[in-house]
Design a protein around this ligand. Structure first.
Ligand code: 5RP
Length: 225
């Protein structure tokens, strides 16, 4: 029986196999944040001569890329990227996701928006029929924490401020449980529209294009429907 760590490792290795044919000496790759993304970075490092560098979704990921010798580019210097690779906290069969367990949701969404393809790498415990068991992370400007929390309560959620956590953007996170996520893209828009919200961790307006889902019998490739 493979552990969750081994399953994440297999997803990361499959992602390296997936990206290698897309690389040229000019390629900048988008790289996500989290334990699965870390495994991807480690597996990618031996191939660093085959591409130019990476655009990173967090200070944590930048530090790991730099430590392994992969050059990190400011996103403002990057015009296009063939692919962005990242994990998720939950993903459904249509490849809508909840992200932000690591608190990097805003930069993840920004870097992913520049890439042609989002490749999500997960172990199969993350694959769900309906999003919402994992509390939805919402990044909030500090002065708006209370007003945003009240609005999220009116939407049926129970927001809880993530303790002792400040995002790379100097903001705070509300983790919201109890939301009914029938239409992920509609809810994503509604939450993003609350004044003071930087972004919410629903990735549904633009979800993943490809999911590499690692299970006991291998890694399945799913495509967005
Ligand atoms: C970070 C994220 C991560 O992708 C998500 O939390 C999954 O992390 P892990 O690979 O450690 O399970 O969205 O903000």
């Amino acid at each position: 029986m493979l552990s969750q760590q081994q399953l994440k490792q297999n997803a990361a290795l499959k992602a390296v196999e997936y990206v290698l044919p897309l690389l040229t000496p000019e390629t900048i790759l988008g790289v996500g944040t989290g334990s699965t993304a870390d495994l991807f970075i480690d597996a990618l490092a031996p191939h660093q001569q085959r591409f130019r560098g990476a655009a990173s979704s967090s200070e944590r990921t930048s530090a790991r890329l730099n430590a392994l010798g992969i050059r990190v580019f400011d996103l403002n210097q990057v015009e296009s990227m063939p692919v962005y690779v990242d994990g998720a906290d939950e993903i459904d069969g249509r490849l809508n996701m909840i992200k932000g367990g690591g608190g990097a949701l805003t930069r993840e969404k920004i870097v992913a928006s520049v890439a042609e393809r989002f490749v999500c790498i997960v172990d199969d415990s993350k694959l769900v029929d309906r999003l919402g068991m994992f509390p939805l992370p919402v990044e909030v400007i500090p002065m708006a924490l209370s007003s945003v929390a009240r609005r999220l309560q009116q939407m049926g959620g129970q927001p809880r401020e993530r303790a002792d956590f400040i995002t790379d953007n100097g903001c705070r996170i509300l983790d919201v449980s109890g939301l009914s996520i029938e239409d992920p893209a509609k809810l994503e828009s509604a939450i993003n529209d609350i004044p003071g919200v930087v972004t919410c961790g629903l990735f549904a307006i633009s979800g993943a294009d490809v999911a590499l889902v690692s299970g006991q019998n291998g890694v399945r490739e799913l495509h967005r429907s």
